[in-house]
Write a protein that binds this ligand. Structure first.
Ligand code: CAP
Ligand code: MG
Length: 453
């Protein structure tokens, strides 16, 4: 008679614990994939039962015992919830730790990994909310992925740029410019001193500017600025499109024009990202990932997926750049959370650090580092804060903060480059830039009109 799952749970009809998905004395194996989920059980649901349900539904189980379990090595294949801790200060939230046997997953496939881990469980009725906070990817599984093809060290070598963050700008307005005007902005910004310019997430091939026009005029701007400045420069050509065939065609054309980098948006999906990473590796192109769409599932604190986990998957998938937040700026970003994301991008090994949301040790087994990208409402006046929070291995991207300069685009780029270089110099001389940074900028602005403006 009882048909609603919530009611069934309260009445104790369903028992994932009894089905073997709660194993508190389980000894984690080095090869296990581990996941930490923040669970909010429905009122009256036992947290251990809820954790067991997450383990069950994200591995082998369904809502009832099935006869065919007897035909498999189900004890091994069942995921095991092995620990549940109440989260201090929360409203009935718990951290549930779950171990998955390596054999449950196909080699080198983020799509396969995520189909289990974030597959059905997030809509499960016995839970009010569920958030994937962290994962430990064991070396055995990491080694089935190639990771970033270029990484931070090789990118700096190609650019011949060391000891400071890279500087970029996103084209604005995001949509509406013609190819020729767009190319002019690229040229002005690079000539003024930026290393990169960049397409925005939502520019692909629209009636006002088809993609081939954009690529042609952008690369003309890049080449002209390189010739005039003697510096290596680039522009991230967004190859995001409706089909893989279209994306490959756009990437090939970018390569023919001599571009060193292409860009994709997170919304293309994990398999498409891995395909483009494979293409970039074969063609010696840097791959820039814009995380368009991520906040739909990363922003809420009790439901969804932590962006740090997405960053981990993207390092495995093999992108070279990833948007990672700014702390300051127009978009949400808690300093501790951002540190955890940056560590995930660019450390050789990431040790457990609870205050940064890092719940497991994560050795990276030789997978290259990703260059994090800071973007979103930032400008030269925050240079001391950006350097302090984010360090040197980062791309600082000022869209409005370049193209909105009162003296024009080139002046905006000059202001950013001067602000960056004087701040790096001050820091290297031992000046406390966190406190003295504004004075450093004011001093530099005395002889740099664009910065003063
Ligand atoms: C920034 C931006 C970026 C966001 C992405 C924009 O422009 O181009 O897409 O920063 O956010 O469209 O808002 P401004 P995140 O520099 O003019 O603000 O890096 O956090 O993914
Ligand atoms: Mg944008």
């Amino acid at each position: 008679q009882i048909t609603d799952m919530k009611v069934r749970y309260k009445s104790g009809v369903l028992k994932y614990k009894q089905m073997g998905y709660w194993v508190p004395d389980y000894e984690v194996k080095d090869t296990d994939i581990l996941a930490a989920f923040r669970i909010t059980p429905q009122d009256g649901v036992d947290p251990e039962e809820a954790a067991a349900a997450v383990a069950g539904e994200s591995s082998t189980a369904t809502w009832t015992v099935v006869w065919t379990d007897r035909l498999t090595d189900c004890e091994n294949y069942r995921a095991k919830a092995y620990r549940v801790d109440p989260i201090p200060g929360s409203d009935n939230q718990y951290m549930a730790y779950i171990a998955y046997d390596l054999d449950l997953f196909e080699e080198g496939s983020i799509a396969n990994l995520t189909a289990s881990i974030i597959g059905n469980v997030f809509g499960f009725k016995p839970l009010k909310a569920l958030r994937l906070e962290d994962m430990r990817i064991p070396t055995a599984y990491l080694k089935t992925f190639q990771g970033p093809a270029t990484g931070i060290i090789a990118e700096r070598e190609r650019l011949n740029c060391y000891g400071r963050p890279l500087l970029g700008a996103t084209m604005k307005p995001k949509l509406g410019l013609s190819g020729r005007n767009y190319g002019r902005v690229v040229y002005e910004a690079l000539k003024g001193g930026l290393d990169f310019t960049k397409d925005d997430e939502n520019i692909n091939s629209q009636p006002f500017m088809h993609w081939r026009d954009r690529y042609l005029y952008c690369m003309e701007g890049v080449n002209k600025a390189m010739a005039e400045t003697g510096e290596i420069k680039g522009t991230y050509l967004n190859v995001t499109a409706a089909t893989m065939e279209d994306m490959y065609e756009r990437a090939e054309f970018a390569k023919q024009l001599g571009s060193v980098i292409i860009m994709i948006d997170l919304v293309i999906g994990y398999t498409a990202i891995q395909s483009m990473a494979k293409w970039a590796r074969r063609n010696d192109m840097i791959l820039h990932l814009h995380r368009a769409g991520h906040s739909t599932y990363t922003r809420q604190k009790s439901h969804g997926v932590s962006f740090r986990v997405i960053a981990k998957w993207m390092r495995m998938a093999g992108v070279d750049h990833i948007h990672a937040g700014t702390v300051v700026g127009k978009l949400e970003g808690d300093p501790n959370v951002i540190r955890g994301i940056y560590d995930t991008c660019r450390e050789v090994n990431v040790p457990q650090k609870l205050e940064h949301g890092i719940l497991f040790d994560q050795p990276w087994a030789g997978l290259k580092k990703m260059m994090p990208v800071a973007s979103g409402g930032i400008h030269a006046g925050q240079m001391h804060q950006l350097l302090t929070y984010l360090g040197d291995d980062v791309v600082l991207q000022f869209g409005g903060g370049t193209i909105g300069h009162p003296g024009g685009i080139q002046a905006g780029a000059v202001a950013n480059r001067v602000a960056l270089e004087c701040m790096v110099k001050a820091r290297n001389e031992g000046i406390d830039i966190w406190n003295e940074g504004p004075d450093v900028l004011v001093k530099a602005a005395k002889w740099c009109q664009p910065l003063r403006a």
